[in-house]
Design a protein around this ligand. Structure first.
Ligand SMILES: C[S@@+](CC[C@H](N)C(=O)[O-])C[C@H]1O[C@@H](n2cnc3c(N)ncnc32)[C@H](O)[C@@H]1O
Length: 197
């Protein structure tokens, strides 16, 4: 059960040339906590249709790169972005990166992954959590010490547990519900800063 919200952010994304309104969520996080920088390599989990990757590509610049993964192919062509089509619950990204020649240091892992929602809250929350656990494991596997992790999660009674897991792995944790998130949405973003060695 998914639908497109044609609100101010939808129209703004069209005007700004972004593939989705989701871009403003990452922009808001970065504006507030300033973690994305030039020269970084960032792994974008659940990247389709590509707005986060578009913006990351601009922020990391020609000396940086973005490696995006999604179930759905992304057709955008961006100079410093590699897009891969995969079910992330079925591959191990650390191995995949090595096999595909991405051997450089990874500064950030960002995940906007969301399961196909069923409308059954418990099921949707459990599926979201499964994706978040996988994203966190990926961050643990590939991030450099000091790196960052952004993760969208559907709020549930397990949220606190996940937040605690994050807290044990990063020096600083932030929680944000961005402006551009629909008011009736139960998604929230967690940010882990300065990954512990
Ligand atoms: C909200 S969209 C991401 C939007 C994206 N950040 C952007 O800015 O264009 C969530 C994405 O998560 C992806 N996703 C969900 N489960 C996945 C999985 N198991 N493996 C890979 N991608 C997955 C979906 O295909 C969907 O494209």
């Amino acid at each position: 059960m998914s639908y497109k919200v044609k609100d101010h952010f939808f129209h703004q994304a069209k005007k700004d040339g972004f593939a989705a309104r989701s871009v403003y969520k990452l922009q808001e996080l970065d504006k507030k906590y300033k973690f994305i920088g030039a020269g970084q390599t960032v792994v974008d989990l659940g990247c389709a249709p590509g707005s986060w990757s578009q913006w990351l590509s601009q922020k990391v610049g020609p000396k940086g790169s973005v490696i995006g993964f999604d179930l759905t192919p992304v057709t955008l062509k961006l100079p410093n972005v590699y897009f891969y089509t995969a079910n992330l619950l079925e591959i191990k990204i650390v191995d995949f990166l090595q096999e595909h020649g991405h051997s450089g240091a990874i500064s950030g892992v960002v995940s906007d992954m969301a399961p196909k929602t069923t409308g059954i809250r418990d099921v949707d929350q459990a599926r979201s959590l499964e994706l978040c656990e996988m994203a966190l494991q990926t961050a643990e596997d590939i991030l450099v010490p000091g790196g960052y992790f952004v993760c969208k999660i559907f709020q549930s009674q397990d949220f606190d547990l996940f937040r605690k897991q994050l807290k044990s792995k990063f020096a600083k944790i932030e929680i944000l519900k961005p402006e551009s998130t629909r008011k009736n949405s139960f998604e929230i973003f967690l940010l882990g800063l300065k990954k512990l060695p």
